[in-house]
Write a protein of this length. Sequence first.
Lengths: 137, 543, 98
Amino acid sequence: MVEHLHSDGEEPCVTLDAFLSQSNATAVRLEPDEDARALIPHLDRLALIEVAFPKFRDGRGYSSARILREAGYTGELRAQGDVLVDQIAYMKRCGFDTFAPEKPLNPADVEAALTRWPEHYQGAADGAVPIWKLRHG
Amino acid sequence: MYKYDEYDHAMVAARVAEFSDQVKRRLAGEITEDQFKPLRLMNGLYLQLHAYMLRVAVPYGTLDSRQMRMLAHIARKYDRDYGHFTTRQNIQYNWIKLEDAPAILADLASVEMHAIQTSGNCIRNISSDQWAGAAADEITDPRPWAELLRQWSSFHPEFSYLPRKFKIAVIAADEDRAAMRLHDIGIQIVERDGVHGAAFYVGGGMGRTPMIAPLIKEFVPLEDMLSYAEACLRVYNRYGRRDNIYKARIKILIHELGADEYRRQVEEEFAHVKSLGIDPPKAEFDRIAKQFAPPALDASAPDAIDRSDPDFAVWVDQNVAAHKVAGHAIVNISLKPIGGIPGDASSAQIDLMADLAEQYSHDELRVTHAQNIVLPHVRKADLYAIWQALDAAGLATPNLDLISDIIACPGLDYCSLANARSIPVAQKIAARFSDLGRQKELGELKLKISGCINACGHHHAGHIGILGVDRKGTENYQLLLGGSGAEDVSLGTITGPGFDEDGIVDAIERVTDRYLAERAEGERFVDTFRRVGMAPFKEAIYG
Amino acid sequence: MKLLTGNDLKTGFVTWWTGSDWSIHIEDAADVGEHGEAILAVEEAARRVNAPYIIAGEKTADGPRPAHIKDRIRALGPTVRPDLTLKPADPAAGDWVI
Ligand code: HEM
Ligand code: SF4
């Protein structure tokens, strides 16, 4: 199951620019207009990537998350910002495993949202078996 | 026709449950309108001028009689006894109550229908050729390809918060009956060395900056199609503009990057995406394609049509098209009676069309982008009986592709974004040209009206287009000439200063008179316009 | 005069602020003067109205008349379907819009 909140006392995230010039950080924050692929050479020493959602309508972070997972990133991938309960199921499919919403979410709603979809039509970054594969064994 | 299996049913049921929950939370005040709006939009629910408006998807325009009757039932039970068929092959209801929306979606789900992604900044309902599976000129039925795309795009986790809406059309004939190149992605199924593949045109659209989609890839094999689409969308999702809603469509990205640079980025992304294994096997395509197998039509059915009733003969000549199987025909039902509202049909009319489909058309109907209905598989011997039934219901207007077969958006009578009314203008033009002899003399003439710059009525793609604008608080209409949404795709040009409601009707008459004076043998209006240019028409209009 | 209008949250019907409540009839609409924003905030938060906004109008013998054609069509109903407007029995009702 997914962790809904991040733990306290962790290392603060640095910006992408800072991360790329300062080699010892293990947590980085990615803004919507920053290229997730810039992190690919450094994935093995990252423990946390926080993807910013300054506005829920800005969907660039969904692509960033998938790109990171597709490149083999296995650390924590956090969606931070204007993260609404009606989006977290899609976020999870794109590879996010933790959420840091600005406005707290109702845990029951979170549970309902994450268990709503019985299956999925398309493959994504969550490892779910797509429906077409279930159909053909 | 495609039939849902247990998975499709479960997905739609989950969506109904999700939306019911969202409506409940909105009515209880747990979410604000700002948060609710994108959720209701992804379920086709708008707040319009008079009430909520619900847009129901008709995937690639195909329906069976049971589904069509459900559309009538919804109109009767939850709305005001009618619906509006749109240029995107959908149907809209204008008087929906928010509290009823979950029940309506549940009713739709019971007949394998939904309103998923009919609005919002996501991949919308996939449109196609309304004659798919029946047209004499198609190389294959495009709908299995469209269904593959429909499933891939439904609840797509990465592409549900795109910079802007995204519309895909799929055709499989050289004659383009779906305005394919005016879509964000237009796909034409083509043949190479005996194998079918998808030609991708990307970055077309209308709205305030109309553009014709450039060819991005000539031939994408079936087994790569979804990966290729995924790559096209990912480049757009990452780099499409989000700073200005009017520049957020993919056409602007491609225009700014250039088609070559966009193609390069897509190819690079595709090389990566292809390695992820997201393309279904051929067996899945075959499973879908089997369900679109052509109905068992008897090619030895009689070919002759008894034309002794002159009114019937006129209708046959105008509204009936060639079918690929001998002894059969495609019936086009005009929803454009003179003086009527383009695209509107009453519950009783919808039921009647369902009955005719069940009895005469292998249980199939289509919605067309010109806001008409098609019975795709009809025996020629049954045409007379069909015509009689249609005629009795006011559905036999013989005006397909003539000047009174007008596409018109709802305009200021229904739409909160409108600058001017569209429907009354359509009605006045149809009345002015009501004489059928006169319409036939003018020949194929596609007239399209939008009530604002958003171009829902395809005015850029009309041989004659009309755009409603607001001129110091009064309705005003600009005239465009020379557009086309077909295979000879082109964008119309504005003639000059606009007109009031009566003025625009007069201006169109001057334009058509001039056409009759200028035309050479065999030329349609748009051909003459292309040959002689704007000047003679301008002179005719403005003196 | 200034009028306050919106849609009913549940039904979506066009409504007008009467000074104490909401009505579907523009004849009942009250001049909100400078208080529009304040009323709007309270009413929207209470979910008695959805997507409210303030418009300019003028007082006439027939009651308040919105300055913009769009709001006059909202007040009446679609001009192309007189049977579905709030004044189905009045064939001249559409003239008021234009
Ligand atoms: C009444 C409620 C409607 C609203 C609020 C609405 C809204 C819009 C908007 C805002 C756009 C412009 C999008 C853009 O340029 O990015 C648009 C485009 C469009 N709409 Fe509508 N629309 C409505 C009804 C319809 C109807 C009834 C039809 C079909 C008859 C339709 C078909 C289209 C089409 C074909 C486009 C052009 C797509 C393009 O720009 O490429 N819409 N609509
Ligand atoms: S073109 Fe404008 S007026 Fe017409 S339906 Fe679209 S948004 Fe409304």
